[in-house]
Ligand binder design. Structure first.
Ligand code: SF4
Length: 421
């Protein structure tokens, strides 16, 4: 099979800065071959590794899946005191399991190519630190080969809406149109998102039975123009989202604020019980917010609802890059996001704006501040993106129907305005 052709994100830089964050946040699944390789590396207590508990198996006995063990402090068993990987230090990068080498990249089909996206759960991705991703073509091609990406001709495009599936040639103009909407340098990010919500909602209400080929681009041009007229600038007054929308939103935020790793608050029976009680508190939205991970404190829900000021230019720039990398990388629909259709996937992606700002307010108030710093904001974005597209909760009917409800009620736009202005 010919090697997969890759499209790399031009907006994003990245190099690992060895913070060790991914080695704490992610459960790494290893193949039997990788497990055997680790076993033959002869780890011992002298290396700081207990060789009896390097991997554990999850899942039923007839479908064993092995994972790297985490120690009591939450880090991978191979993470050393300096935050470096012991396998990497002793045997070189190629000796590490494939998921550790792929992170923070993700590959998604797009017609005849695969598009490369990045996970913003890595702080170096959020900060845009390191080498331009376009200079990693060789390395990424090597990883794609090891991943054995399927033949693109066998992969169906994502649904456009729940009713319509177009072929790749007709679907990709919608992706380009979204990126184009977000690229406008003359408008604030919130205005661009409101326009994108407006025209994608109209797409969701349209039928594409007879619309194909060049007429799709014409139709998109009309929709985008209509959205520009509908949303010329930030509205002067901001409507409060409805009580029901805020309840749905808090329930979604609770899922984004979770961190389900081995040593986390949600592990074991009591962990599950605590989590259940926390979800009930999020649903009520009264009293104090139950801290779902370390660093977050029990502050009153009400403390996050007063205005924290508009997005700073630096926050705008981080979020614009975030949305464009996810859109260009097809990291919001189809195989990049639980096989969810284009329109619904974009509406889920938009929620990252209010979710990040809500979490950033929580972090700021936890630290005794009433204004957001870029650090609060960046930490919140990394927290939200850790789960977006990866937590099974967002693929479930309940979460999907909440996003659809928010979109149909017009509250996606209201939530963006409420938390960003
Ligand atoms: S989270 Fe990012 S910067 Fe930190 S160790 Fe992992 S890849 Fe490197």
């Amino acid at each position: 099979m010919a090697p997969a052709r890759l499209e790399l994100p031009v907006l994003q830089n990245w190099s690992c800065h060895n913070c060790g964050g991914c080695c704490r946040q992610h459960l790494i699944e290893v193949t039997e071959k990788e497990r055997q390789r680790i076993l033959t590396q002869n780890w011992s207590a002298a290396d700081g590794v207990n060789q009896l508990v390097m991997t554990w198996h999850a899942g039923p006995p007839w479908r064993k899946r092995y994972r790297l063990t985490h120690t009591a402090d939450g880090g991978c068993v191979f993470l050393d005191d300096q935050g470096l990987c012991r396998i990497h230090a002793k045997f070189g990068e190629a000796a590490k399991p494939l998921p550790c080498r792929i992170y923070p990249f993700a590959f998604h089909p797009s017609g005849k190519t695969f598009r490369v996206s990045l996970r913003f759960s890595c702080p170096s991705v959020v900060a845009n630190q390191g080498k331009p991703t376009t200079q990693r073509a060789r390395e990424l091609r090597g990883l794609a080969e090891e991943l054995a990406l399927p033949d693109t001709s066998t992969l169906a495009p994502p649904l456009l809406t729940r009713r319509d599936r177009l072929d790749w040639g007709d679907l990709l103009p919608f992706v380009e149109a979204l990126d184009h909407t977000l690229a406008d340098p003359a408008s604030p990010l919130v205005v661009k998102l409101l326009r994108a919500i407006t025209w994608t909602t109209l797409v969701g209400q349209s039928s594409f039975e007879k619309l194909r080929g060049p007429r799709i681009r014409e139709f998109l041009g009309l929709l985008m123009e209509a959205a520009r007229i509908e949303v010329p600038a930030l509205p002067v007054a901001v409507d409060e989202p409805s009580q029901l929308s805020r309840l749905y939103f808090r329930t979604l935020v609770a899922q984004y604020a979770r961190k389900d790793t081995v040593a986390d608050l949600s592990s074991g029976f009591w962990g599950r019980w605590r989590l259940f009680r926390a979800i009930v508190q999020f649903t009520r939205g009264k009293g104090e917010i139950p801290p779902l991970q370390t660093g977050l404190k029990p502050v009153p829900f009400a403390a996050l609802e007063h205005p924290f000021g508009p997005l700073t230019p630096e926050m705008e720039s981080i979020l614009t890059r975030y949305f464009r990398v996810k859109i260009q990388g097809m990291h919001f629909c189809g195989s990049g996001y639980y096989d969810i259709p284009f329109v619904e996937g974009f509406h889920s992606l938009v929620l990252i704006l209010p979710v990040t700002l809500w979490l950033a307010r929580w972090i700021a108030v936890s630290g005794g501040r009433d204004q957001l710093s870029v650090e609060d904001f960046s930490t919140a974005l990394a927290m939200a993106d850790h789960n977006h597209g990866y937590s099974p909760a967002f693929a479930q009917y309940a979460a999907r129907s909440r996003v659809r409800w928010l979109a149909e009620a017009g509250d996606l736009s209201r939530l963006c305005l409420w938390y960003a202005c």
